[in-house]
Design a binder for this molecule. Structure first.
Ligand SMILES: C[S@@+](CC[C@H](N)C(=O)[O-])C[C@H]1O[C@@H](n2cnc3c(N)ncnc32)[C@H](O)[C@@H]1O
Length: 176
């Protein structure tokens, strides 16, 4: 969900094998066009332009959302719907970036806030300069936390891994 340019799609297609199918969903046409070009030679992968908060597929064994839950108004509701989509036994996985809790990397959190500010729609240079001293990543972090809490509430067999000095977290779980 929110596959963007589709960088994950070839790996997912390989993982599910020829008997499986991977559908990349994104709302942004130009990004999805790049994803479409990327899967043109992959038989078991396709893309569809749609809103991931109202998934265009009726059934799936697993859902992966990378760096997208922080963009949703109500990420908990979206993750809940994704859990319904995969049903009992299905897997949902969320990868997102937040400020790090890794002690040695914490001094880099101000840089992370500036990075988030720089990428926010309508942000000004002043916002970016002020961001390290404020909580500019607050809304993003709250949404990511809400999505993770929603996933935790619906799943067992959870796995959590961090990458990039703790700035990126991958949480997955199997729906009860
Ligand atoms: C930061 S990019 C991540 C792209 C990709 N998942 C990756 O890891 O490279 C976020 C993507 O989410 C998409 N997106 C945001 N809101 C969406 C929605 N409601 N439905 C579908 N896609 C959405 C954007 O178009 C964008 O491609």
């Amino acid at each position: 969900m929110g596959c963007g340019t589709g960088v994950n799609l070839p790996y997912l297609a390989e993982r599910v094998g020829p008997e499986g199918a991977v559908v990349g969903v994104d709302i942004t046409g130009p990004l999805l066009n790049r994803a479409r070009e990327g899967v043109v030679d992959i038989d078991n992968a396709s893309v569809v332009q749609a809103d991931a908060t109202r998934p265009p597929v009726a059934d799936a064994d697993a859902v992966l959302g990378t760096f997208v839950c922080g963009l949703f108004e109500d990420p908990a509701a979206v993750v809940d719907d994704w859990c319904d989509l995969v049903g009992s036994g299905g897997r949902v996985a969320l990868m997102d970036a937040t400020a790090t809790g890794t002690p040695l990397a914490r001094p880099l959190n101000p840089l992370f806030r500036a990075f988030v500010a720089a990428g926010a729609p309508g942000s000004t240079p002043g916002d970016v300069l002020r961001a390290p001293f404020g909580q500019f990543d607050g809304p993003l972090s709250r949404r990511v936390e809400a999505s993770r809490a929603a996933l935790a509430a619906r799943t067992d067999d959870r796995r959590y891994e961090t990458f990039a000095a703790g700035f990126v977290g991958l949480l997955s779980g199997r729906v009860r």
